[in-house]
Design a protein around this ligand. Structure first.
Ligand SMILES: [Ca+2]
Length: 306
């Protein structure tokens, strides 16, 4: 898998070689902080704070009602986001199970016969399963679990907590766009999507190992396509008309949870950066996985980094 982490490591070495002054040392530290690798080898990229135009523009002819109005959103705190979708091997390492449809024991075993699916995205897991993965991984690393889960209720006691979590829908779109305002992070032309994404035109009806396509400008792979990705937020198609500017986290109550990015199943229309989708929080699907996020401790990398 290609990765920005390699680039940053090289940069850090170069800076270290040139170093000696405080300025260089600080820059070296800053470069190293751009990616972190956690206890099970998951890489996360630092996403800087900033603002963007969320949602589809009025000129987008295929946008759905829930994608408008386009509106200004500020992400007020930097955060880390998984470089890749959570893989089947990582999910198995943390949870002891692999629910994936496209695995040797899954319903889609014929499609992936004869190949290891360790590096494929985990899928066929509910939104609650994704939250539980985050909490279990936090506990393994000695971090306070981010979510309080009781039966069908899940809440966030402290949004500044250090534990692993799902990105919010706004964080996801902000990271996906990586400064772009076009239909896709690669521009408006769907003809080049195959370089960046596994989707209907090239995926042959199944998931693929993460990280084989080109990343976006932030070094994030498979944001579009491969597995769709659960986000924290509940879905309300009218939410964009009343959303807060700063760090929106979805409506207080809603039917279903948001997932983003489109998948191996979908055509280019569903892979647009603005496209929203939803599914029951207890639902599972062979198109639907996730990537993890976590907060950034003041003055340094994520607390408890190793
Ligand atoms: Ca994806």
């Amino acid at each position: 898998m290609r990765g920005h982490s390699v680039g940053w490591s090289v940069l850090a070495v170069v800076l270290a070689a040139l170093g000696g002054t405080t300025g260089w040392a600080q820059e070296t530290a800053a470069a190293k902080d751009k990616t972190i690798t956690n206890s099970i080898g998951m890489k996360l990229v630092l996403i800087p704070a900033g603002e963007f135009q969320m949602g589809a523009s009025e000129n987008d002819p295929v946008a759905m009602v829930g994608e408008k109005p386009q509106h200004r959103v500020r992400i007020t705190r930097p955060f880390y986001l998984g470089t890749y979708e959570v893989t089947q091997a990582q999910y198995l390492a943390v949870m002891g199970t692999n629910p994936s449809w496209y695995s040797a024991k899954g319903g889609g075993s014929k499609e992936v016969a004869g190949q290891s699916t360790d590096q494929h995205p985990v899928e066929y897991l509910s939104w609650y399963d994704a939250l539980k993965f985050c909490n279990t991984l936090s506990e393994k690393e000695g971090l306070k679990p981010f979510y309080a889960i009781a039966g069908d209720a899940a809440r966030v006691p402290d949004w500044s907590g250090p534990g692993y979590r799902l990105p919010t829908e706004a964080e996801w779109e902000y990271a996906c766009r990586a400064g772009t305002r076009t239909l896709f992070p690669s521009g408006d032309d769907p003809a080049v999507l195959g370089e960046y994404a596994w989707y209907r035109d090239n995926a042959q009806n199944m998931t693929h190992p993460v990280g084989l396509k080109r990343p976006n400008a932030l070094g994030l792979y498979d944001m579009l396509g491969n597995a769709s990705e659960w986000c924290w937020d509940g879905y309300d198609q009218f939410y964009y008309a009343n959303t807060p500017v700063d760090d929106p986290r979805g409506p207080a109550s809603a039917g279903g949870r948001v997932f983003r990015g489109g998948s191996w199943l979908n055509d280019a229309r569903i892979l647009r950066s603005a496209c929203r989708n939803r599914f029951a929080s207890q639902g599972q699907g062979s198109i639907l996985g996730f990537r993890i996020a976590r907060g950034r401790a003041p003055g340094g990398a994520g607390a408890g980094d190793r």
